[in-house]
Design a protein around this ligand. Structure first.
Ligand SMILES: [Fe+2]
Length: 463
């Protein structure tokens, strides 16, 4: 298939869509693949099949999953578009049928009533299912070995409304905690499903306002929902305004409730306006809850969301401490480096932890979302180790894989894609997570480009 795309910075270089679906098993490997790696690294990201207009935004492409499988030090790779209703309708029509938010979400008459869900943001493993997720769509079930799309929704009872893209999985109970908010109904529903995918808790939360609520955090007993003032309003959009609007006068709020709590159990903490997209982790310490997050603190007063593609804002590792007894709150920047896409050893989700891994800017330059290094941040010593990749390279989110189920926190590997600008192709790099600044253990070379994407996961073999 060959499509021509309009001129747009989110369709060039690292963003240029991959227009082929590959099955590769003879990849060139530099170094030695650790024998402990036995499973598959899945990664999701926007990769438009067709583009409606030059107003395309990088959040809007059709989801494509890239999967690298490791077995006895052998590597195989495949990538597949997720067959959403939207993908299938556009494929049948041979053209784009859906305008994005900068095209007022218009729909071609051939779109009928099919969903515009791209499923392009995350891919997670829970109750034996691989789920492709988007901010405001139903979860799609993907077959883990072929990447075939199996179903347009999941859980018992079946979800009948959108699921956000960053659910949290409790490593002890196996529960999955998530919410649904990006809906014309303008309400917020909080969900918990057990380890088998049965929904055990569903509660409408009456938050002070809705906004871009991309991520949240859990602790052993609590859920922390940050509400930043990038407000969401479908009524405003229907009247010609923007879906999301930066309204700093609304302030930042944190809704904290017991994990299985109700709306009336929410405790609020309030702070100055800022914007965070991704949480690192949260945990309990006596009467306090600790929340670590990447935060943009310096947003210009009159900034307009999703309008000026030249505007990007650095993000900093930031810690909030909420005292549930005294109701006091503290905030501090943990580091001064521009970082994003934080990941941890997820056996410690919601628990006291020490290590996080992020894409970072060793040399600060715009746009701030294209990084040049991977950083290991040690929250105990507040020190970091940086693996700089050079001017020609752009790394994507690093995933942590434990060496074994019994390994101590941080004992394992980091896996991440690196885009090589000059060669217009990508590598998958494997670092020792305890020696991030050191030489890569292995580099797997792809003949093609794995485009800019968002999030992924590791699934151990035979899970
Ligand atoms: Fe995200």
């Amino acid at each position: 298939m060959s499509n021509s795309f309009p001129k747009n910075k989110f369709l060039e270089g690292i963003f240029e869509p991959c227009q082929s679906e590959y099955n590769l098993d003879n990849l060139n490997v530099i170094g030695k693949i650790p024998s402990e790696l036995n499973g598959t690294f899945y990664r999701n990201g926007p990769n438009p099949q067709y583009v409606y207009s030059k107003n395309y935004h990088m959040y809007e492409g059709d989801g494509m999953i890239h999967a690298v499988s490791f077995h006895n030090k052998q590597v195989t790779y495949q990538n597949r578009w997720i067959r959403t209703e939207r993908f299938l309708a556009q494929q049948a029509a041979g053209k784009a049928l859906f305008g994005g938010m900068r095209d007022r979400m218009v729909r071609d008459e051939h779109a009928g009533d099919c969903s515009h869900n791209t499923a392009n943001t995350n891919v997670v493993w829970h109750h034996g299912q691989l789920l492709a997720l988007n901010e405001g769509g139903l979860p799609l079930v993907v077959e883990p070995s072929t990447l075939a799309t199996l179903a347009f929704t999941d859980f018992e009872p079946k979800l009948d409304r959108s699921m956000m893209a960053h659910p949290k999985i409790d490593p002890i109970t196996g529960e999955i905690i998530f919410y649904s908010y990006l809906s014309p109904t303008m309400d917020f529903i909080y969900f918990i499903a057990d380890a088998k995918g049965n929904i055990t808790h569903k509660e409408k939360l009456n938050l002070p306002f809705l906004s871009l609520m991309h991520d949240f955090a859990i602790t052993e007993h609590f859920t922390i929902i940050p509400i930043f003032p990038l407000t969401l309003n479908f009524a405003r959009f229907m009247q010609g305004g923007s879906i999301f609007k930066w309204e700093p006068e609304c302030g930042t709020h944190f809704a904290i409730l017991p994990r299985h709590g109700k709306n009336e159990d929410i405790i609020y903490f309030n702070d100055a306006s800022c914007l965070g997209m991704h949480t690192v982790n949260a945990y309990e310490q006596g009467d306090e809850l600790i929340l670590d997050m990447v935060v943009m603190h310096d947003i210009p007063e009159g900034a307009e969301a999703f309008v000026d593609d030249e505007l990007s804002i650095p993000g900093y590792l930031t810690r909030w401490i909420f005292n549930l007894k005294t109701k006091q709150m503290g905030m501090e920047k943990l580091d001064i480096m521009n970082m994003e896409f934080p990941r941890i050893d997820e056996r410690f989700t919601g628990l006291p932890y020490q290590h996080s891994y992020l894409a970072s800017s060793y040399h600060l330059k715009q746009p701030y979302y294209l990084f040049d290094s991977i950083t290991h941040f040690d929250a105990a010593s507040k020190t970091k180790a940086v693996h700089y990749l050079g001017e020609d390279a752009v790394p994507l989110e690093p995933i942590f894989v434990a060496k074994s189920p019994e390994a101590k926190e941080g004992e394992g590997f980091l896996l991440f894609y690196v885009y090589r600008k000059k060669e217009q192709r990508s590598d998958l790099m494997i670092l020792d997570a305890q020696n991030v600044a050191g030489e890569a253990l292995a580099v797997i070379q792809f003949p093609h480009r794995v485009p800019f994407g968002f999030h992924g996961c590791w699934v151990q073999a035979n899970k």
